[in-house]
Each structure stands twice: as structure tokens, then as C-alpha cells.
Design a protein around this ligand. Sequence first.
Ligand code: SF4
Length: 252
Amino acid sequence: MESVTEQMKEYVWSASKKNRYTQCGFHWKMIFEDQITSKTDRRYADVGTIVHETIKTFLRMQEAKTASHPETKDLLESIMKDLWDNSLNTLKPRANKCLDNFSNFFIDLRNKCPDLLRGAIIEKKISTTINPIDPIKIRGIIDFYSPVLGLLIDWKTGAAITLYPPMAFQGKMYEILIRSLNYEMPKTMFLMLQNNLQIDLPAMTDSWLIQELISCRDGVLAGQFPKRRGALCAWCPFQIRCVTDGICLWNL
Ligand code: SF4
């Protein structure tokens, strides 16, 4: 059987896996090591998936033509209509707001740069290996990259008002993934589709990201899964396991 060290050589880190470990090691262990499935409220995630799928379909259809604002909005709405799940109807206003803000953003950007979509990368999964002296595999899905602008954009269906650490890590990882395909060093930004805010990723070094990943990997290798109480606890499906971990109930 493969040792844990051997398994970690093949382990592929995504930004969400790394961020989950940083937020709470025990939560990470439940999902990725013990592979415990849990029932969580996935409605917001499902809306996010539908909005992303709508934008992806729209951009692929638009790659070769221009659209006025009403056309853009109508097209986005008709694409989403085919993808929509009626059990999510209470969250429809949220999805509509995302499409409205995306539509305004897209029209504005394409007015400034008609070639925006030439050679664009749209919702593409990219994998690479970084840090040759101590290799680590990484993978991520790029929402959008325009080689013409050298601009990488990640759409978010939430409403953050500032760059927080997990986003910074995700943005830096995407930047490295795009560079692995020999594209120019991109400018990276997050578009918050709920509040129409554009948040830029500041310049950060590759070594910062590598050190963060090494620290998580070594923590997993050492069997360190610290419980970190914080915002994640409010919707954590492992609350009972977290409290009873290490307690032998029949000895109580
Ligand atoms: S309840 Fe909080 S501390 Fe416990 S596993 Fe969940 S996120 Fe971690």
C-alpha cells in the first residue's frame, strides 16, 4: 500500500482544498481524508453553479459578435431559464441581480475593448506542477482570461467588499495556472456579482503561495488537523463529530 508521503506526491491542491485546511484542519479531514458525506444546504452553491454556467454559455456564444445591452440581458436570461431549477425560486432575485451586474460589466468592457474575447479562455480547468525542488501539483478552473487585455477575472456570486485571504490565495493560484500556459503575467480581479464591486489582486510573490501550500501539505503529512473555531462553524455539518471527537461514549 502507498505511504501517505507517496500519496501526497500525487495529491492535487485546489484553492478551495487549501483554504478549507487553513480555515479548519478538522473540517478538511472530515471531507478530504475521511470522505464523510454530509447533508448541507447547497442552494446558494447551486445558484452559483447556474450563474457560472449561464455566463460560460453566453461568452462562448458571443465570442464572434457584439451585443447591445438589451440583447445581452435577454440572451443571459434565456440561457438561465433553460438551466434553472424551480426548487431554487426563492433565490431567483439573487441570480437575476448577478446577471444584471454581469451584463452591465460585460457591455462596458466590450465597448472599451471590442477584441475582448479574441483567444479568450472561458471556464477552463488547468493543472500544473510548481516548485521543482519540492514539487506540488495544483489545479483550478479559470472563469475568464482575455489574452488581449492580459486580464484574468473570477466571477463571484457573493458580495465581498474587500479582498480576504482565501480570495487572495485563489487569485494567486489562478495567476500561476494561467502563466503555466505561457500567457502574459495577468492582471487578476474578482467581480462581485451581488454588489457589482471589482476587487483587484495586488502583486504577490509565487514563493508566498508555495510556502502556504507546503505548510498545509506538511500539516496533513504530520496528521495535524487543528480545529479552528470561526465563521465556518455556523454552517459546519461536522459540529457533533467535532464536539465528540476523541470521546469514547460508552466510557462516559
Ligand atoms: S465546528 Fe468549527 S471547529 Fe469544528 S470542525 Fe466545524 S469548522 Fe472546525
